[in-house]
Design a protein around this ligand. Structure first.
Ligand code: CNA
Length: 385
């Protein structure tokens, strides 16, 4: 047996590794499996909700900032600028209609947070998202910090009267600018009812500041789906203890150190030569896939899929979408619409001499073979392992 002085120093964040070994996702799974990560904090951004159909801000091509033409804005951030809201409120309420809670279901990432909660491992779900999908996935209110507010509540900018999201939903859904109807506000342009999402220049919710200390007892930080460009949220990752492992699951690498002298940021490659070894791990790619990969390693993947399936079913039932009779009725409606569409196309093609009897037969078969099941983007994705 070698003396303690001759054995290589251990990695401080991953004690099963030597200080010069580079940790991977498997090592993060091992920490959780071995009960060494018991207070897991997650920090999330718009990238965990893109699978739900909500665009993020900055992804080239699909992000909101690349698709703002319809809002006719002078500059992209104007959509969340309080002065611009007062001047031209239509733009924000158009976006609010698109993003309003009730239109989207939580993703596998949200149900992963829920799974951590079920296993009493979740110490906090900090999100920049305003879509309330963490709540919808069943995360306890006490564990959620919506750093940039949310659509859950709203208030009049003039008299500060509070409104629930249900109270203003009908107007939002009609695409209208929502104004306060209190006597003192009647006729005032500034009496807009604004959902409590944080606009540029506004203060963050009190909870953001009162719970900052929770980071000091975190023993695993998972950062998902964020460009880490918005402060002060992006500085939270520095609040965990220096021995706390940090995992980034994102399409692109973000929040990295600037160079060997840099004191802040992820150091996946050990460029700073920090004593105690590398503590940061990245898993680049889709967030749902990354989370599933981690859960496969933990033996939790089936449980996660089940949570998601049950969650979606409950949401559908709450909306009255999925009694068997309704499903059959809807299938027939869709089938009939498709049939009409194809028959019209075939008619045009035959008339134009572009199709003969064989094509008509093929297309008729296609009508019968069309799958009418609602696409499930999560179960359709193959688990990566
Ligand atoms: P962002 O700046 O748009 O960055 C999103 C990040 O997620 C980028 O690094 C992307 O590469 C990454 N990403 C996108 N899709 C995926 C995916 N499927 N899997 C993994 N990574 C992915 O958004 P941030 O959250 O960093 O910026 C903060 C803003 C965005 C907050 O103020 C939010 O309010 C705001 N926002 C929220 C929502 C929402 O509530 N869903 C939507 C759009 C913007």
């Amino acid at each position: 047996m070698g003396s303690p002085s001759s054995s290589p120093a251990a990695n401080r964040a991953f004690p099963h590794l030597a200080a010069d070994e580079r940790p991977t996702l498997k090592d993060v799974a091992k920490l959780i499996k071995d009960g060494k990560a018991k207070r897991i904090m997650v920090m999330a951004g718009a990238g965990i909700s893109t699978a739900a159909g909500i665009p993020d801000f900055r992804s080239p091509g699909t992000g909101l900032y690349d698709n703002l033409a319809k809002y006719d804005l002078p500059y992209p951030e104007a959509i969340f600028d309080i002065d611009y809201l007062e001047e031209r409120p239509e733009a924000f309420y158009t976006l609010a209609k698109e993003l309003y809670p009730g239109n989207f279901k939580p993703t596998i990432c949200h149900y992963f947070f829920r799974l951590l909660q079920e296993k009493s491992l979740l110490a906090g779900a900090w999100t920049q998202n305003i879509d309330t999908l963490e709540r919808i996935a069943g995360i306890e209110d006490d564990l959620i910090v919506e750093a940039h507010g949310s659509f859950a509540e709203a208030a009049c900018l003039n008299c500060r009267k509070k409104y629930t999201k249900e109270e203003i939903k009908p107007q939002i859904m009609r695409g209208e600018v929502v104004r306060c109807q209190e006597k003192r506000c009647k006729g005032k342009d500034a009496a807009l009812i604004k959902p409590n999402i944080v606009f540029f220049g506004e203060g963050l919710p009190d909870r953001f500041f009162s719970r900052l200390s929770h980071f000091s007892s975190c023993d695993l930080l998972i950062v998902l789906g964020t460009s880490l460009t918005v402060g002060p949220f992006n500085s939270l990752m520095h609040r965990v203890p220096s021995s706390c492992p940090r995992l980034l699951i994102n399409l692109e690498s973000v929040g990295e150190v600037d160079g060997p002298r840099s004191r802040e940021g992820f150091d996946f490659d050990g460029v700073t030569g920090r004593a105690g070894g590398i503590r940061d791990v990245r898993r680049l790619g889709d967030a749902d896939e990354g989370v599933l990969e981690l859960c496969e390693m933990l033996g939790w993947a089936d449980e996660l899929r089940r949570l998601k399936d049950e969650g979606w079913k409950a949401l559908d039932e709450a909306e009255g979408k999925t009694t068997p009779a309704k499903v059959e009725e809807r299938k027939e409606e869709i089938k009939e619409a498709k049939r009409e569409e194809i028959v019209a196309h075939v008619g045009e093609a035959v008339e134009g001499g572009k199709a003969g009897k064989e094509d008509v037969d093929d297309l008729t078969k296609a009508v019968e073979g069309v799958s009418l099941e609602q696409k499930d983007p999560i179960n359709d994705k193959k688990a990566p392992l």
